[in-house]
Design a protein around this ligand. Structure first.
Ligand code: ZN
Length: 220
């Protein structure tokens, strides 16, 4: 756990508490397929606690001796208004900014938990399980879709295009808010494209969101 606080790209802190990080599993069909998972009929939601958040730009300390720690690069949406049973236009008006995140996953542990039909929590929610980038204000983006990439040691591993999402950003946020309220400062992770894999010490990860945001970090 560290002193995580939301920041804008220019380094200005955002005075909004991070309450929770809401994630969706299997929002890109090709990623569901690569892990031999069926495509769900409705969004598969789970939550990472605020204690999972760390600054992506600081060296990533990954858990040891708990099997493979997989990276999943994802578009992160910062919520700026309370949302309960929101419409898509209310969801849109509540988006303060966009950033990038890693949904770090103890994949071996997750597989064991899935086999037993148990919750994934321990595989997804450990301290440091959610490295987050600074955010870029929503109005800085002219398009309503995004592309992002993850390179490891200068080799392209993941390329996401939000047009490939099974549930796009606005319906997703509206759906989440029909299940539980989103509050200012909450973050929604929108799912990972194909190409996930294990992290290893010494790797350098470079993430880019369109031409707007670039962050780099190292695994220690
Ligand atoms: Zn994920």
């Amino acid at each position: 756990m560290q002193d995580y606080q939301h920041h804008w790209k220019d380094g200005t802190p955002l005075h909004l508490p991070l309450g929770k990080i809401v994630c969706i599993g299997r929002n890109y069909a090709e990623h569901a397929r690569e892990l031999n998972n069926p495509i769900p009929d409705e969004p598969l939601l789970f939550i990472k606690p605020a204690t999972a958040a760390v600054y992506i730009t600081r060296p990533l300390a990954i858990p040891r001796n708990q099997g493979e720690v997989h990276y999943e690069s994802e578009l992160a949406v910062l919520i700026g208004r309370p949302l309960t049973n929101a419409s898509e236009s209310e969801a849109k008006a509540a988006i303060l900014g966009y950033g990038l995140a890693l949904d770090l996953t103890l994949r071996d542990l997750q597989s064991q938990l899935k086999e037993k039909g148990h919750p994934w929590e321990r595989a997804k929610s450990f301290d440091g399980a959610c490295p987050l980038s600074p955010f870029v204000a929503a109005e800085k983006f002219s398009k309503d879709h995004f592309t992002f990439t993850l390179d490891i040691d200068q080799e392209l591993r993941q390329r996401g295009d939000t047009r490939d999402m099974l549930m796009p950003i606005l319906p997703l946020i509206a759906h989440i808010s029909s299940q539980f309220s989103l509050m200012p400062g909450d973050v929604v992770l929108t799912g990972t494209p194909k190409g996930v894999g294990p992290l290893a010490e010494g790797q350098t990860l470079s993430l880019e969101l369109d031409d707007v945001l670039f962050v780099e970090t190292k695994v220690v």
